[in-house]
Write a protein that binds this ligand. Structure first.
Ligand SMILES: Cc1ncc(COP(=O)(O)O)c(C=O)c1O
Length: 512
């Protein structure tokens, strides 16, 4: 008992440490207009304008999108780039897909909004198409991904009280360490990301955390608290905020207090961003959720709709969750559309007046979503993503062989991929710096934390374009990195580890 108390005190002192995450370069005011680049439509002017008049809640790579088609982007100066982010997988079908644009234009001429106070002639068709495609009884339409997650959480709680008979106000949702489900208060209440949570308290109660990929720990929590657990929310592959390391200064670090106290010895998963769980994990989750009468809730907002090489990432293990949340590519990169899918016994727990959204299910979004689904299906984007993903990883592995001291790992499924650098050999350069150089070579990719570059191009990208991405990465490492290392003072290095305030895990440091 004394040991347990000491362990808890130690954990508390660890989690109280003041820590901070950066992306290598802190947001800086852009340089003042120079006379040569200050026309009202120039990139620099637009960046300055945004910096002046918009909240600084992002730290974008300095490129201004002005036009896009397929996988190509043009800035206001007419420079062309290849998109290796796809707006966080919202543009799976490629930018401005003609069929989706036609649906948008046609519908925009006729009817854009009814509100759900009335019926419209597009939403019922969309609802039937979507539920049919994914094999669920019903859909609840929303707009953004975070709204979809909120909806699923409310649905799970309601089901928990009505069907499972959880005592009033005692329902618990279990989520995973390193999860990312959006930015609303309920959603950040499940986050391990200090930047997402610090200064936004009090967070919502009723959440418990478990290590992603660890079915043994999951069953322990289900066994201990199962009567009160309404749902288990997870991403089938963690995209954004997965833990960097399960080790901290050579010592094993666990996400949950429970995991830590249990002294579990198993290495749980690939300890990196774009985290793929061990084979069989999704099946185990399905079995456990059924056994303990807990809703299995898959956040497929990013992994769904063909991104990982299947329509849903859960399809990799032929698992059917009780609730599926979709978003991003459902709107074809055109309009925000999210949706929660479930069967009637779950969905009908929500009744008129209990949940909704003015724009959810609007006819314009519904028409766009129907076209977006048609494109994914008819262009075989899931198979394409699987095939191109293998090509891309093959190319990236060759780059890794060329730079084994710099690239730690290449991983992914379908066109959901990440390149992880070794922090010690990359430092003082960061993944953000690498992305700046990729941009200079015409490739737009996203840094995730200090040492990871995510590569998630539109699923319509050609093999040649794909190759340009890996070629550019090789050139950056060969030609730009040595110069960057020389130019960047050591003190700007930002690869220091950061500890999650909530679970104590080393979040952003690297274990290489
Ligand atoms: C898995 C997952 N869930 C939810 C969200 C939130 O979606 P949105 O930004 O549309 O609110 C995201 C966004 O990146 C996501 O990746």
């Amino acid at each position: 008992m004394a040991t347990t108390k000491r362990t808890l005190q130690c954990l508390l002192s660890r989690v109280c440490r003041e820590t901070r995450r950066t992306y290598g370069v802190l947001p800086q005011p852009p340089p003042h207009n120079s006379s040569s680049s200050s026309s009202s439509s120039s990139s620099q002017h637009l960046i300055n304008l945004e910096y002046e008049y918009s909240a600084h809640n992002y730290h974008p790579v300095p490129i201004v999108f002005s036009q896009a088609k397929g996988s190509s982007i043009w800035d206001p100066e007419g420079n062309k780039y290849l998109d290796f982010l796809s707006a966080y997988s919202a543009v799976n079908q490629g930018h401005c897909h003609p069929r989706i644009m036609k649906a948008l234009h046609d519908q925009a001429q006729k009817l854009t909004l009814s509100s759900r106070a009335f019926y419209n002639d597009r939403f019922p068709v969309f609802a039937e198409r979507l539920t049919d495609m994914f094999g669920y009884d019903m859909v609840l339409p929303m707009n953004t991904g975070a709204e979809g997650v909120e909806t699923a959480l409310k649905l799970a709680r309601k089901w928990g009280y009505e069907r499972k008979k959880i005592p009033n106000d005692e329902a618990i949702i279990i989520s995973c360490c390193g999860c990312f489900h959006g930015r609303t208060l309920a959603v950040i209440s499940m986050s391990c990301d200090n930047e997402a949570t610090k200064g936004f308290g009090p967070l919502l109660p009723g959440h418990l955390k478990v290590d992603f990929g660890d079915e043994v720990l999951l069953e322990k929590i289900f066994k201990d608290q199962g009567e009160r657990i309404a749902g288990f929310l997870f991403e089938p592959i963690q995209g954004e905020a997965g833990p960097t390391s399960l080790f901290d200064n050579g010592r094993k670090v666990f996400c949950t207090t429970l995991g830590w106290l249990m002294g579990r010895e198993k290495l749980l998963l690939s300890p990196l961003k774009v985290v793929i769980p061990p084979d069989g994990y999704l099946k185990a989750v399905r079995d456990l959720c059924s056994k303990y009468n807990i809703l299995m809730i898959a956040d497929e907002i990013q992994t769904g709709l063909a991104r990982t090489g299947k329509m849903l990432a859960c399809d990799w293990e032929q698992v059917r969750p009780d609730v599926v949340i979709l978003g991003k590519a459902l709107g074809g990169g055109v309009i925000p559309v999210s949706a929660v899918l479930a069967d009637k016994d779950v969905m009908l727990c929500i009744r008129p007046g209990e949940h909704g959204s003015t724009f959810g299910g609007n006819p314009l979004a519904s028409a766009v979503a129907i076209a977006s689904l048609d494109v994914i299906k008819e262009e075989g984007l899931a198979e394409r993503s699987d095939r191109l993903g293998q090509e891309l990883r093959h190319q990236l592995l060759k780059v890794q062989q060329q730079f084994p001291d710099i690239i730690k790992e290449v991983r992914g499924r379908g066109l959901f991929n990440a390149v992880e650098f070794k922090s010690k050999t990359l430092s003082p350069v960061s993944a953000y710096d690498i992305c700046l150089k990729l941009k200079d070579r015409g490739v737009l990719a996203k840094p995730t934390h200090d040492t990871i570059v995510r590569l998630t191009p539109p699923l319509s990208m050609s093999s040649d374009e794909l190759q340009e991405g890996s070629k550019a990465l090789g050139e950056v490492l060969e030609l730009d990195l040595p110069k960057m290392k020389k130019a960047k003072p050591e003190k700007l290095s930002s690869t220091a580890s950061t500890t999650c305030d909530r679970c104590g895990r080393n979040l952003y440091g690297s274990s290489d």
